[in-house]
Design a protein around this ligand. Sequence first.
Ligand code: NDP
Length: 329
Amino acid sequence: MGEKAVVIAAPGGPEQLKLVDVDVGAPGPGEIRIRHHACGLNYIDVYHRNGAYALPLPARLGMEGAGVVEAVGEGVTHLSVGDRAAYASQPPGAYATARVMPAKCVLKLPDAIDFETGAAMMLKGLTVQYLLRRTLPQGGLQAGDFVLFHAAAGGVGLIACQWARALGLQLIGTAGSDEKCQLALDHGAAHAINYRRDADFAARVREITGGRGVKVVYDSVGADTWEGSLNSLAPFGLLASFGGASGAVPPINIGTLAAKGSVYVTRPTLFTHIATHQATQAMGNELFDMVAGGKVRIRIDKRYALADVAEAHRDLEARRLLGSAVLLP
Ligand code: NDP
């Protein structure tokens, strides 16, 4: 079968994304070959495409997928030929009909979870797992605590709304339209703020929390929300800055953290958390339980043919998508 993959020759706009013929080859030690049934669309793919996160060129794209294991390299013991599987993984290369890749981040997909859901939930769901369960303020998070989660109607955001509800947290979600705010509320956010209309979202957060602020802000918007995020924290609160959809966060004057109430700042990435198979499996098991048990539903807003990947990137960057989207090879 002729195999296809999306490649960029140079960083730039969606027009750089080209679907080309490729040889997939056989897996080496520690690798598998997977035939994709669906590939996930993620904002990190935009950073890879436009050069915000530089890749050696020419580069393949895509960090998330689901399909069937076709071949297994030497030393791989947790997967067999014919297994249904899904992953979030480096290096990029999920935008493809099939690929060879490191096996350590590839997990068996439970029968209760279909391929499209698997492809839409691994990178985003494992991210929510590590944010809400492993990126914690002093003393941890207890039921009833307030957290602020930006872009709450996006792929990561809708999973976070539901997972936070399951933990008993009061998640205040921000989103860029009233429709998106309603969607966040429908998925478990306790409050929602349209930050394109109420630009001073920190003032709204103070109102909602009786003046105190939140224990954690989860901020993937970056430049546009940074200042307001710091202003939304309770004393000793934690700002987890995990992306920059609106641009990079400006350099920090460390004295600001004292002035805002002895607050903490962290800049985590999923790839530190899933560095080993053991850790990935433990995090994946929690995610599978949440999804298979119905506490988290993965909302697939749009399905694109792999050949229409440029259109998918345009929709994602124009903030037109609600929840997750997948590419179908
Ligand atoms: P989303 O579906 O959430 O899409 C990004 C959203 O960001 C948009 O829908 C939009 O929502 C919001 N946004 C705010 N400002 C802008 C802007 N100027 N341009 C475009 N979008 C903007 O994407 P994902 O679910 O794939 O990822 C969410 C974020 O999490 C991304 O920033 C991603 O990089 C980050 N991430 C980080 C990880 C990590 O480990 N560090 C891992 C996974 C994801 P609205 O219109 O409501 O404002």
